[in-house]
Design a protein around this ligand. Sequence first.
Ligand code: NAD
Length: 290
Amino acid sequence: MQPFEGKTVVVSGGAEGIGLSIAQAMGRRGMNVVLTDIDAGQLEVARQALETEGVPVLALPLDVARLEQWQAVAEQAIARFGKVHMLVNNAGVGGTAGGIDNTDEREWRWVVDVNLMGVAFGAQVMVPLMKSHGEGGWLVNVASMAGFGPLPNAAPYTGTKAAVVGMSEGWRMELAPENIKVSVLCPGFVNTRIYDSGRNKPDGVAPATADNAEDMKAFLEAVVTTGMDVAVVGERVVEALLADETYIFTHPNYRASVKARWQAVDAAFERAAQSPLLTDAVVPDLPFAG
Ligand SMILES: NC(=O)c1ccc[n+]([C@@H]2O[C@H](COP(=O)([O-])OP(=O)(O)OC[C@H]3O[C@@H](n4cnc5c(N)ncnc54)[C@H](O)[C@@H]3O)[C@@H](O)[C@H]2O)c1
């Protein structure tokens, strides 16, 4: 059975990298693609590539941090394809490497606006369209392994990616009655231009202030450009959606570090359970099934 055939996906940050890889993989499964991005030039290149593959594609400019632009995308997607069945909230920026005391307020707001508010706005605008036709759908949020573990000198990035994991888990429960399946993609290093996401900084966002920002950028470039082939990621997303996976992982070798984290959390619960302070404390049960 091919559940994607003839349906419509909206992809944010789809002009290149992981977003384009997912758009291509969904296009190969017969989906109409609404391809959006802040980078108009790269978007046109990607539109032509998809059209060459025979994919019905509507390319639209979108800054995910702007709610009114999401609304314009929704209107044009419905006008062209009639319905929306899937949203891939992919657009994201790495931010500029920096420590706790030299990360500028505007840097924080840029990363939060794109990586967190962009995901919230996308879901807010597109999920009602999926609910309206009653056929169910998919919401795929792109977080990162940084949402599951520490990455020093990247607090805005790790903070927003951890938030996207949490938002996805809550939305999965919230949208289950509507048959809208929510998944969160958590890649490790993938060979894209994420190390140079400053190319999309809006005017007025402060330049890097950390003394070693250039060294850290060079390090990131080295690990990203030797990362996984981006073409694998889109196909992996298809595989995981067909299996209705909540967490979509691409790097099984990160498993040990995540396991160590959960073991540390479990050990901390054990110490709490043994604490004389908590023995007689009133602790209500969780009011929902996890
Ligand atoms: N590449 C990796 O190693 C890696 C690892 C984990 C998670 N991710 C996540 O994958 C997602 C895609 O990143 P990528 O690696 O393909 O990077 P990329 O820089 O190659 O692609 C990001 C795309 O998002 C677009 N974009 C940037 N700001 C935007 C905005 N405000 N509105 C709309 N579009 C915007 C860019 O123009 C670009 O096309 C991001 O959310 C990123 O955090 C990447």
